[in-house]
Design a protein around this ligand. Structure first.
Ligand SMILES: Cc1cc2nc3c(=O)[nH]c(=O)nc-3n(C[C@H](O)[C@H](O)[C@H](O)COP(=O)(O)OP(=O)(O)OC[C@H]3O[C@@H](n4cnc5c(N)ncnc54)[C@H](O)[C@@H]3O)c2cc1C
Length: 344
């Protein structure tokens, strides 16, 4: 029988993230479907609120590593906590959310335990020969289904791929495991976080809308001049008013590296496409972007797509967008911002 460990760290407020609850949803469903045993393993400075919030998830055991040393993301302590929880649970399958903290340690932990790991998992199903997963390869261009006999098998579930676990909170007393933290583990000291203010944080995975800016924003316009400062102002104004997430074409983010006039708040992290990200949003609006295949392949999870382009023959017109506005994006976005301002 499989022992399925739902592995998670607690967030700073002691609770669980949405992607953590999605991983729990997948782990609980898998345990039910394969007749396995579910165990919850939590680590962090303060794990009690998280444990109580999932008290009724059906886990047979709740294991925890709880101490101030495990509060912040740090490879040495995160890996030690994960290793202790997996050994303590004797898990054959480990399901965790594919957040940056888990992604950083899980391969190393799998190696310590003689296991194997799959990342970018999008579904975990019960199959006749045991659990089977679907996962992406090659930047989400190829989807594969596979089973493995090697155990423990670590599965990092991509955010948004499973419904989050929901259920009643309760009261639970986890079995607390003692994990020694030698001084060598404390060589890296997390002193704090420096993050941009919320209105400068342009990547917002939970946003209703993905707003993509393309290189056209920096090109010469009808007066024969580029208007980069105006483009910046229009885009920032729109993002602040709409709370949309900002994506980019490759051409636009590459301009920054070539010291050309570019949008200052744009980085390669914003790039959408074959060699960029494939974000998930209900709606997308592309502006000044040609809509070539290597870019639009990153839109595969955007449900409703619209684009603004001067060129009626651009890629978006060839079945890539639901609606193409053949128009000047400078004019359209100025008007949209004006309307949003009135609404607010
Ligand atoms: C192996 C490989 C991988 C790649 N991976 C990626 C990737 O991950 N992501 C990606 O984006 N690209 C990728 N590319 C590059 C891709 O093929 C395109 O070159 C790129 O997407 C073009 O960016 P763009 O549309 O912003 O720029 P352009 O092609 O320069 O298009 C600019 C557009 O702006 C429009 N425009 C100009 N002014 C206005 C205005 N005022 N109003 C409205 N429209 C206006 C123009 O009509 C034009 O269509 C890859 C290419 C290769 C070969």
């Amino acid at each position: 029988m499989e022992t399925i460990l739902f592995l998670t760290h607690a967030e700073a407020d002691g609770g669980l993230s949405k992607s953590g609850l999605e991983a729990l949803g997948a782990a609980a469903e898998l345990a039910k479907n394969v007749g396995g045993e579910l165990v919850a393993g939590l680590y962090g400075a303060q794990i009690q609120p998280a444990a109580d919030s999932i008290a009724t998830c059906g886990a047979r055991r709740f294991l925890a590593v709880a101490a101030e040393d495990f509060a912040a993301a740090r490879y040495a302590t995160d890996a030690a906590a994960c290793e202790a929880l997996i050994r303590g649970s004797a898990a054959s399958l480990v399901v965790a959310a594919a957040g940056s903290r888990n992604a950083r340690v899980i391969a190393g932990v799998a190696h310590r335990l003689g296991g194997c790991v799959d990342t970018h998992v999008t579904s975990i199903d019960a199959a006749s020969g045991g659990p089977a997963i679907s996962r992406w390869f090659y930047r989400q261009r190829i989807e594969g289904s596979l089973t493995r006999t090697q155990r423990p098998w670590f599965l990092l579930l991509d955010p948004g791929a499973h419904a989050p676990w929901t259920g009643e909170a309760g009261s639970i007393t986890p079995e607390v495991l003692a994990v020694p933290v030698p001084d060598t583990c404390r060589r890296t000291i997390v002193q704090g976080f420096i993050t941009p203010p919320a209105d400068q944080q342009t990547i917002r995975p939970e946003a209703e809308l993905l707003f993509v800016a393309g290189a056209g924003w920096t090109k010469k316009q009808k007066d024969g001049q580029p208007h980069v400062a105006e483009a910046e102002a229009l885009i920032v104004d729109f993002l602040q008013k709409s709370r949309a997430s900002l994506g980019s074409s490759k051409s636009l983010v590459d301009l920054t590296g070539e010291n050309q006039a570019a949008l200052r708040f744009m980085s390669h992290l914003n790039q959408v496409g074959q060699t960029g990200a494939s974000p998930r949003h209900p709606k997308g609006l592309s502006t000044c972007c040609h809509g070539e295949e290597p870019h639009t392949v990153g839109w595969r999870f955007i449900a409703e797509r619209r684009a603004i382009n001067l060129d009626p023959n651009c890629g978006w017109a060839r079945g890539k967008a639901d609606v193409l506005y053949v128009a000047d994006a400078f004019e359209v976005m100025a008007r949209v911002n004006q309307l949003l301002g009135v609404k607010q």
